[in-house]
Design a protein around this ligand. Structure first.
Ligand code: SDX
Length: 467
């Protein structure tokens, strides 16, 4: 490993040590046992606290500031693994052997090339579109086989399986007319075709294709042609190369790889849940990921790193931090990059991205002052809101500094998040389809009953006001 990269590994292992020291006394979370359905749980608005399913893909312990993927601690994966290994782990449940990794890497490389999608994408005014809207568009067109030719001939034989397209996993269907048709997923062990259909090829296609599309969106917005993928670079290295137009340094490639590992999965966050809801209707995996990108486009979920960077720039230096923070507190302003629905300790991802941003800022006159401002703000918040309300930096506080150091513009920060999270989204969709049940919660009706219909001519404003 390149000397500079071994420095990065040391930074991560030291951050892991600090984390374990600070949170070793915290209680374990109760969300780690098998579910006996139906389960009773205390549910708040926005399904806060609701148990939607069981999962082995990943686990977040908010009080301990712990994040694990398939049992592996995030600090260990960042220190020793790669995005290729980690995305394979999320999808398949085990770290790949050398042979499995080789095969998987070859598939990812082959799926980097999406010329037909590029041709369609470039027919749209991408430079006028929000980058996440453009990413959704491109992702939709990745599903070439059916998006453009939804013809009768292509429809699945309803008697044999109900895959909304050959990318989906064939489902045994309950006989029509059953009052509660529950589509059970049954892997057909025998035929090769079934194995093909059940294998997560479309997930590999999305993991690789979405990265190519995100990079192309940056290039097209800048008035340049998309860059042809380089088959000899790693996933992170090739993504950075297509995004910036130059081959990354070993440190940049390693940091990008770590950033992709950190953002890969995070429990039942809004975008992951959106993907699973779409998949539970037996729609296709491309529409699921499209839904995830749409959810991530909301400022309460994605984009806080862009706003956090803007905050750091607007503060204008370490000397202004205290005054700025006091004003923000007085006006109960939400500080971007801080707080989390689950974490009531430091987000472990911030514990890794903080030292990485410090390392990249060293000697960089543009970033160094911003990093110092970030550090000062972090101390102010952690020593006040952190104590009073357990509000600490989250994944978005330092990531903008890391990406800026590598030449990635702010409008691409959230697409970069999506490029990584496609692995967690698809892994959780595949897992959920193993025992699918369409998501269908209830709403509590609080409206009126017994209203009498009034013809149009008899209606008056106060009737309308009564509502
Ligand atoms: C991500 O779910 C996931 O896992 C998401 C994610 C992932 O990997 O998928 O982790 C990615 O979304 C990270 C979060 C990025 N967003 C931001 O950084 C935006 C700023 N953060 C806040 O909007 C907020 O912290 C949320 C939305 C992240 C969480 O909000 P909650 O859990 O709904 O908390 P809340 O709004 O109910 O606030 C509770 C209290 C309030 O004070 P009181 O009214 O009780 O006095 O905490 C305060 C809030 O005002 N508070 C903050 C704050 N966040 C909460 N005060 C100042 N700054 C903040 N950032």
């Amino acid at each position: 490993m390149h000397d500079d990269c071994s420095v990065i590994t040391k930074l991560i292992l030291s951050a892991a040590e600090d984390a374990r020291k600070e949170t070793s006394g915290e209680a374990e979370s109760p969300y780690t046992q098998k579910v006996e359905w139906p389960v009773s749980c205390t549910v708040g608005p926005g399904l806060e606290g609701a148990i939607a399913c069981e999962s082995s893909v990943g686990y977040v312990n908010g009080s301990k500031g712990l994040l694990i993927y398939r049992g592996y601690d995030i600090f260990d994966l960042c220190a020793h693994s790669t995005f290729e290994e980690v995305s394979y782990l999320l999808l398949h449940g085990n770290l790949p052997t050398a042979e499995q990794l080789e095969t998987y890497q070859q598939k990812l490389v082959s799926y980097r090339y999406v010329p037909k999608t590029m041709r369609v994408l470039m027919g749209f005014p991408i430079e006028e579109l929000n980058t996440m809207a453009a990413l959704r568009l491109g992702t939709l067109f990745l599903r070439q086989k059916k998006t453009l030719i939804d013809q009768e001939a292509a429809r699945p034989d309803i008697e044999s399986a109900i895959g909304s397209d050959e990318d989906s996993i064939p489902m045994e269907i309950a006989p029509y007319g059953e009052p509660h048709a529950i589509y059970e997923f049954k892997r057909k062990a025998s035929t090769a075709q079934a194995d093909d259909a059940a294998s997560p090829e479309s997930c590999y296609h999305l993991i690789s294709g979405v990265a190519t599309i995100a990079a192309a969106i940056r290039r097209i917005r800048d008035g340049n042609m998309p860059i042809e993928p380089d088959p000899d670079l790693s996933h992170a290295g090739n993504f950075l190369y297509m995004l910036t137009g130059r081959r990354p340094t070993p440190v940049e490639e390693r940091v990008m790889d770590i950033a992709l590992i950190l953002h890969a999965d995070h429990g039942m966050n809004a975008s992951t849940f959106a993907c699973m809801v779409v998949a539970s209707t037996l729609s296709d995996i491309y529409s699921s990921v499209d839904a995830g990108i749409g959810a991530l486009n909301g400022p309460l979920h994605g984009g806080a790193n862009e706003l956090a960077l803007r905050t750091l720039r607007s503060i204008g230096g370490v000397g202004n931090v205290k005054g700025w923070f006091e004003q923000a507190r007085a006006s109960k302003q939400k500080i971007m990059g801080f707080g989390h629905r689950v974490y009531k300790a430091y987000d472990p991802r911030a514990r890794v991205l903080g030292p990485l941003s410090r390392h990249l800022a060293e000697g960089n006159p543009d970033i160094q002052p911003l990093f110092e401002t970030a550090r000062a703000l972090e101390c102010e918040v952690a020593s006040t809101l952190g104590v009073e309300k357990k509000i600490f930096p989250n994944v978005d506080f330092f990531s903008g500094l890391v990406y800026t150091s590598m030449g990635i513009p702010p409008e691409l920060f959230t697409p970069v998040f999506a490029v990584s999270r496609v692995s967690g989204w698809t892994a959780r969709v595949l897992e959920y389809l193993e025992n699918n049940r369409i998501f269908r919660p209830r709403a509590m009706y609080v409206g009126p009953f017994g209203k009498k219909y009034v013809p149009l001519e008899g209606r008056s404003d106060d009737e309308a006001d009564e509502g």
